[in-house]
Design a protein around this ligand. Structure first.
Ligand code: FAD
Length: 434
């Protein structure tokens, strides 16, 4: 039977797997999804996890629950042999190594945070890319409040209560809005602190927030965040970081015990190490039908792929695109199996939206139309709630949001990720019935 491997468990991978399940007849092929987490993270809602507005479990959906007949392997992809057509996987629990053969393999491994090798940044900053990052940021922010509440040292206290966010793209802007709501809500519990001492600084290298989008969106976001007390530093590229904060290239300093880094992503390091179609930043350069030239049966989608657009240039690495590339790669794999022609990927983005906290948002639609304020915020919530996979998750998030309108944010610092739950056995090797 034809073996189809889908590497990754995020937006692109799940969209591809579900489409393949629908297109393939029973017995035609076996589909196996491999990812090192057994859930998919709904990243548009991730900035609401550190602030406690959403429970971590409510923004993830188990991979097995999303699949109907595809198999799932919880493991880390550690290597690929393109000659033998084998993917090497290390199981996430006991580190046993497995060799999975493929006829078709789809790379959908996403991206990782890029700190551009700036000195001290990787060591001192907190990325906001996955669930563990979100929980780490939350605990760190709460720890800063606890320390600030007891310290008499004015300089230290100011540093502890200054939260620097680097990157004025969607993640940075949304995190700034969320933290504003969070800190306003919890300040009352720290009796020795004056809420005026708390400061959020959003640092952006470019001349505007949301630089790649219509200027009205960035300008509105800057105004809305500024009115809520966020200090916005534009044209402020970062030079490096140390234990006391950030140094900017123009010589300025931001003294802060917290640096949240959302200034860029790069393709998964594993794909960058592969010999195939190396594109920008190590991405897998694909053809218009999402296949990799000279490697029959090898396909790539999402953030780890560099996908050409018919207008020239490349499609951006967003969930919106990964979700649309999934079904196209699935159709093209089935077409190849059945000897039919493959189709190019073509998609015009619907627009982009950001939630700015304080029930304000900004949305840029197709055709250049920009919506701002409460309506944009409401649209953001409604759209993303409906896109969240699983009715149970949708209900849980809707309840979290409703309760968040009535009750203050929770300040419990649960150190859930201090030790990862894993069953430790010796590094071993084995095989999987495929
Ligand atoms: C905070 C935040 C907010 C965002 N908001 C938006 C938004 O509002 N709209 C939007 O369009 N985009 C948004 N994005 C971008 C969006 O999340 C990505 O573009 C999207 O996730 C890319 O999908 P993907 O399938 O390529 O990768 P991902 O969804 O990242 O999935 C990658 C998968 O690969 C797995 N994996 C990686 N390496 C390995 C390995 N070696 N072995 C095994 N498994 C591996 C991971 O566990 C994961 O399951 C946001 C991103 C972030 C971080």
């Amino acid at each position: 039977m034809t073996q189809i491997l889908i590497l990754g468990g995020g937006f692109g991978a799940m969209a591809a797997a579900r489409k393949l399940e629908r297109l393939l007849k029973g017995g035609e092929a076996e589909i196996t999804v491999v990812s090192y987490e057994n859930f998919s993270v709904f990243t548009p809602m991730l900035p609401e996890v550190p602030s406690g507005n959403l429970e971590p479990r409510h923004v993830v959906t188990p991979i097995r629950a999303q699949l109907r007949r595809a198999k799932f392997v919880l493991g880390e992809i550690v290597g690929v042999d393109f000659t033998e057509r084998i993917v090497e996987v290390r199981h996430a629990i006991d580190r046993t190594r497995y060799r999975l053969p493929y006829d078709h393999v789809v790379f959908a491994l996403g991206s990782v945070t890029s700190t551009f090798n700036l000195p001290g940044v990787a060591e001192r900053s907190l990325p906001l890319k996955d669930l563990e990052d979100a929980e780490r940021i939350r605990n760190h922010a709460l720890a800063c409040f606890e320390l600030a509440d007891v310290t008499q040292d004015i300089g230290k206290r100011r540093r502890l209560l200054t939260f620097a966010i680097v990157g004025g793209g969607f993640t940075g802007v949304e995190a700034a809005g969320e933290f504003t709501d969070f800190f306003r809500s919890i300040a009352r519990f720290y009796r020795n602190l004056d809420p005026k001492e708390i400061s959020i600084v959003l640092v952006e290298a470019g001349a505007r927030l949301l630089l790649d989008l219509p200027p009205k969106m960035g300008d509105y976001s800057a105004g809305a965040l500024g009115r809520r007390g966020v200090r916005i530093l534009l044209n402020a590229p970062v030079a490096g970081a140390d234990e006391n904060g950030l140094s900017l290239k123009d010589g300025r300093r931001v003294e802060s015990a917290t640096i949240i880094w959302s200034a860029g992503v790069k393709p998964s390091p594993l794909v960058a190490s592969l010999p195939i179609g190396t594109g920008r930043g190590g991405a897998i350069l694909v053809q218009r039908d999402l296949s990799v030239a000279d490697y029959p049966g090898v396909w790539a989608i999402g953030d780890c792929a560099q996908v050409p657009s018919p207008q020239g240039g490349w499609y951006p690495p967003t969930a919106q695109h990964a979700i649309r590339e999934g079904p196209v790669v699935a159709r093209n794999i089935v077409a190849t199996m059945r000897g039919a022609e493959t189709q190019p990927f073509r998609y015009e983005a619907l627009g982009m939206m950001a939630s700015l906290g304080g029930r304000r948002g900004v949305a840029g639609m197709r055709g250049g139309f920009v919506l701002t304020g409460f309506l944009a915020w409401f649209l953001w919530r409604t759209y993303y709630l409906l896109r969240l996979p699983g009715l149970d998750r949708q209900v849980r998030v809707a309840l979290d949001w409703t309760l968040g309108l009535v009750f203050p944010r929770d300040i419990s610092e649960l150190r859930l990720y201090s030790e990862s739950a894993s069953v430790k056995t010796e590094d071993a090797s084995g095989s999987i019935d495929a």
